[in-house]
Design a binder for this molecule. Structure first.
Ligand SMILES: Cc1ncc(COP(=O)(O)O)c(C=O)c1O
Length: 340
């Protein structure tokens, strides 16, 4: 395949993670999470997120998001999110289908919700005609590659809790956010008051297997049943666990995410050499959003794989991953320049 800046999902599996899967394959082990690998990872998540954290593996990010939301809600609730969020745009209505809840999506300039934006939707509590607001869901990093500060997350958690609501984080790219901000997972999630987290690894070097993390024990009580009913319980759990063991070992997640972020920063700096290209969002993680003339974009697409995000303004998304190299970027920039 030609080089791809289409998605961090286009990358392969990190060799250390692949090796860890291989090692877990050398023996028999009990299924459905009763194995030593899964138990070790349960402890690792407590080390990363604090003693009250409980973790449940699922197959993918959509599964993690939908089941987190399912665990937090009843069908008469509503979930407030950004209009650019994955739960709103890219999950084929699965959150609505499985939770029965109304999604209330709010436009944002950069993918980030603020308390003032959310407050406009906080009404109708106790009114039997109105879907009851129950969850604020944010993405860290956001779908536009921007990163919330711990203070921004804490303000949203406080607002949620004032209204007996929960704060959910889609952390499909939490590693990139943590690497950018230099704040630990605990500092970004547990200490800010987040209630439930979808923790991703697939985009940062894993094969598959995201994690649902509850930061309050009572939220986890019936989750095993919810997961099984939703067909997200993997029998050979140890192969997800083995990946997380490698992922947390000597902070592999941080090396891979920092590399992806650094590559995006380098790519952004090189794109600035081209006056036809305008970077439209702050480059804070591993995504770059930029506009360019349509004919130039079409010609570049013949040589490289990336996606147009907004057809109207010809805004493209360029993603870097743990396996993107400077040389890949230099080839892209030189092809871009040669087309002008
Ligand atoms: C912000 C975000 N959340 C969640 C996901 C998870 O999606 P999937 O169900 O494809 O693993 C993605 C994948 O693109 C994403 O970008």
């Amino acid at each position: 395949m030609k080089l791809s800046f289409g998605s961090d999902n286009h990358s392969g599996i990190h060799p250390q993670i692949l090796e860890s899967i291989k090692q877990a394959s050398s023996n028999f082990a009990p299924a459905y999470g009763d194995d030593a690998y899964t138990q070790e990872v349960e402890q690792l998540f407590k080390t990363e997120f604090g003693p009250n954290a409980s973790v449940f593996f699922v197959f993918n990010g959509t599964g993690a998001n939908v089941l987190c939301l399912k665990a937090l809600t009843q069908s008469y609730h509503s979930i407030i999110c950004a209009d650019s969020s994955h739960i709103q745009l890219d999950e084929c209505g699965a959150p609505e289908r499985f939770t029965g809840c109304k999604l209330i999506d709010i436009p944002t300039p950069d993918g980030k919700l603020t308390p003032d934006m959310v407050k406009t939707e906080l009404y109708g509590f106790g009114d039997q005609h109105h879907a009851q607001p129950k969850v604020i869901s944010i993405s860290q990093s956001t779908e536009f590659g921007t990163v919330y500060t711990p203070q921004e997350i804490a303000a949203l958690a406080e607002l949620a809790h004032q209204h007996h609501m929960y704060l959910h984080v889609d952390g499909s790219r939490l590693a990139n956010a943590a690497a950018f901000s230099g704040v630990s997972f605990k500092g970004l999630i547990t200490d800010t008051g987040v209630d439930a987290l979808s923790f991703g690894g697939t985009k940062n070097g894993m094969l598959l297997g995201e994690a649902v993390v509850f930061l309050r024990p009572e939220l986890a009580e019936n989750f095993r049943f919810i997961r099984k009913q939703a067909m997200q319980l993997f029998s050979k759990s140890r192969f997800i666990a083995a990946q997380y063991i490698a992922y947390f070992h000597e902070q592999l997640w941080k090396q891979t995410a920092s590399h992806a972020n650094m590559m995006a920063a380098y790519m952004a700096s090189r794109l600035k050499e081209v006056s036809e290209v305008t970077i439209t969002h702050k480059v804070e993680s591993n995504a770059i959003f930029a506009t360019l003339p349509r004919n130039l974009c079409d010609k570049l697409l013949e040589k490289h794989l990336f996606y147009i995000w907004d057809e109207d303004i010809c805004q493209v998304r360029l993603m870097c991953s743990f396996s993107t190299t400077k040389e890949d970027i230099d080839i892209f920039i030189s092809d871009l320049k040669s087309l002008i």
